[in-house]
Design a protein around this ligand. Sequence first.
Ligand code: TYM
Length: 343
Amino acid sequence: PRVIFSGIQPTGIPHLGNYFGALVNWVKLQAEAGADDKLLFSVVGWHALTLPQDPRKLAAARSDMIALLLAVGIDPKRSVIFHQDHVQAHTELSWILGCLISVGRLQRMTTWKSRLAVARNANDESEIDDSVLNTGLLTYPVLQAADILAYKSTHVPVGDDQQQHIELARDIADAFNRAYSKKRRFFSLPDLMTTPSKRILSLTDPSAKMSKSAFDPKSRIELTHTAAEITTRIRGATTDSIQGITYDPVARPGTSNLLTILAACTGESAEACAARFASRDHGALKAAVTEAVEAALAQPRKEFTRLRAEQTYLADVAAEGAVKAREMADATLREVRKLTGLA
Ligand code: TYM
């Protein structure tokens, strides 16, 4: 039996990247899972704290994320839906795992390196604004490994931007086994399950991925956007002045990103979408993308609005999820404590 685990940060309404890069795939895995397979989906509040958060907004975003998971089709009878911060075992395991991985290894992670680049003074490379480099940003992937390993997860479905984090989780699991459980190999190494859909890029700067934290709100489409908002954002998306439509992510990142989005909505390949629009212009492509995105989001948006008014129900789902998650994670931690001599 498989244990499938994934997480999402409650840092605002998910965008198309989260939707096609993760959520849609989770629902598909849920539908295909065998009766023995366990599925867990976590709203990772502690990870969100690595960037400054307004406490009231974070509280609302945590609850919204539960509503969204339900709205897209995660079924609490089939999957464990819970808040990371309801399960203390994650932080305890994170400490133990952190003692098995070097600082240098964490400093080589691309997310850390990009934070470091932001903190570097543009004029003087040797000057670093240390105040924005909190310890949590560095140890973020260790907590992520703890999320995964607390359930002895075997499969982690994520978008391709998370690949490095999953590789680290595998290395940490291996380090634990070598240190404490040579014969038994306590943790199996979790497998990365990359989403079939390609990475969705920013609509205004296709050199970056679509992201919740990007400054320009026009760079993303959120799951709750209205038809009118979708229309303006797709219309304003950066493309190019080359005639005709082709799928060429290197030379035509903006155009190709629209094709990726269209493909994710219709289930075709981006190349097949390009072929349909070969002799047409960006206006026609944008109209089709707008229509496809609106069709994909209409139902989850409606369901989200309905569920958002059901705060007691949402709290109940999270509480039930926490009970199930704690039971599993606590069992792992009891064994981890024994193996490490902390029992
Ligand atoms: P987060 O919250 O940034 O993103 C959630 C999921 O959405 C995917 N994703 C994208 N996919 C395609 N295109 C994009 N532009 C795009 N942006 C985001 C991500 O790959 C992810 O699957 N560190 C994780 C959360 C986490 C986690 C875990 C995941 C914490 N613990 C344990 C798996 C297992 C993160 O920040 O995801």
